[in-house]
Design a protein around this ligand. Structure first.
Ligand SMILES: *Cc1c(COP(=O)(O)O)cnc(C)c1O
Length: 381
């Protein structure tokens, strides 16, 4: 099955009892047993639910994995992955990662004895220096949030190939349509399905996908024991969103390209971060490991004034000021005061999250409307 067909069919078949084409919302907590232990594959909806299972199988197929597991949010998925570790283990992570990931690592898991290191991973030496016999996981986002750095997944895979270290890729920004980390050597892919996968800003959900049975068993055990599972209605909505992922991503990429070019030539803009620009430092790697460059763009303003950035993000009409990304509608965010507020100023500025940095999730509206909207907001400063 080719990717576009998988989006629509993988993991799903018409409902055996009615012939319904779309996977029904199995809104049930439990299932009848004929005699104790004799049941049709489902016993309790924390453990398994047919709507969730269809989504989990669909996600496994899309990422080229063997196992998919859904969680109540992207962070619940991250939580489950880190819980496969033990006290004393060490994780090396990208330094400009999603603020919520930074927060759960530092404020929750650190106190259970897991140690986290944060570093640049577009420079292999800095990562190499942190690897020791306690390192069990390398955690990457690519493109990174919000600086759009590109990390060479295959290069990381080769670096830790002969070591007992799992490579985890947060594939939220790229989606499996643009990038398949498992094929490039990653052990685990995780998603905030809240973003492009769901695609319509109406669900919060997360997922973990892997190939290895032993690893999947550990994750299933955590999913069932800790219980951070999504409900069937939400699983239905994500399944529905995924069916148009390819069509949406193509347009997200196309609109983002126009916006990135527009911003690059605008006199009030200092830097534009979008991996599709030839002057972006990760452009060549992005070209080789991604099918397109995605719909996320960050940029800074000349003069780097906080008040100018606040003015721009507060005066747009089609770009709504809000957390999150990846929906059909355009959103704008101010990382320093919103998504990355949990990261100390000193720490975030080292990675480029300066006061005037603005992040766009370019949606599927008419491109002229979007450009005009940006232009009028920039004229006000
Ligand atoms: C949003 C996001 C998360 C967290 O997902 P939630 O669904 O909000 O819990 C993790 N990683 C990235 C890259 C994200 O954008």
């Amino acid at each position: 099955m080719k990717f576009s067909t998988k989006l629509i069919h993988a993991g799903q078949s018409s409902d055996p009892s009615t012939g319904a084409i779309m996977t029904p919302i199995y809104q049930t907590s439990t299932y009848k047993q004929k005699s104790p232990g004799d049941f049709k594959g489902f016993e309790y909806s924390r453990t398994g639910n047919p709507t969730r299972q269809a989504l989990e199988n669909n996600l496994a197929a899309l990422e080229g994995g063997n196992y998919g597991l859904c969680f109540g949010s992207g962070l619940a998925a991250i939580d489950a992955i880190v819980k496969t570790l033990s006290p004393g283990d060490e994780v090396i992570s990208t330094n400009d990662l999603y603020g919520g990931s930074y927060r759960i690592f530092n404020s929750i898991f650190q106190k259970y004895g897991i140690k986290f290191h944060f570093t640049r991973m577009d420079c292999i030496d800095s990562l190499n220096n942190l690897i020791n016999e306690k390192t069990r996981m390398v955690w990457v986002e690519t493109p990174t949030n919000p600086m759009m750095n590109i990390i060479d997944i295959n290069q990381l895979y080769n670096l830790i190939l002969d070591k007992d270290i799992l490579l985890v890729v947060d594939n939220t920004f790229a989606t499996p349509y643009l990038q398949k980390p498992l094929e490039q050597g990653a052990d685990i892919v995780m998603h905030s399905l809240t973003k492009y996968m769901g695609g319509h800003s109406d669900v919060v959900m997360g997922a973990v996908i892997c190939k290895d049975k032993k690893l999947a068993d550990k994750l299933f055990h955590i999913q069932n024991s800790c219980g951070a599972v999504p409900g069937p209605m939400d699983c239905f909505l994500v399944l529905r969103g995924i069916k148009t992922l390819h069509v949406r991503m193509d347009r997200h990429c196309k609109n983002a390209k126009s916006i990135a070019n527009f911003l690059e030539s605008h006199q009030k803009i200092d830097k534009v971060y979008w991996p599709g620009l030839v002057n972006h430092k990760g452009h060549e790697i992005a070209k080789s490991q991604m099918l397109g460059f995605g719909g996320m763009i960050s940029f800074t303003l000349k003069g780097n004034k906080l008040k100018d950035a606040i003015s721009v993000v507060s005066n747009m009409n089609y770009f709504t000021l809000a957390e999150s990304l990846g929906g059909v509608e355009s959103l704008v965010g101010h990382p320093a005061s919103m998504t990355h507020a949990a990261i100390p100023k000193e720490e975030r500025e080292k990675t480029g999250v300066v006061d005037s940095l603005i992040r766009l999730s370019v949606g599927l509206e008419d491109i002229e409307d979007l450009q005009k909207d940006l232009d009028q907001a920039l004229k006000l400063i």
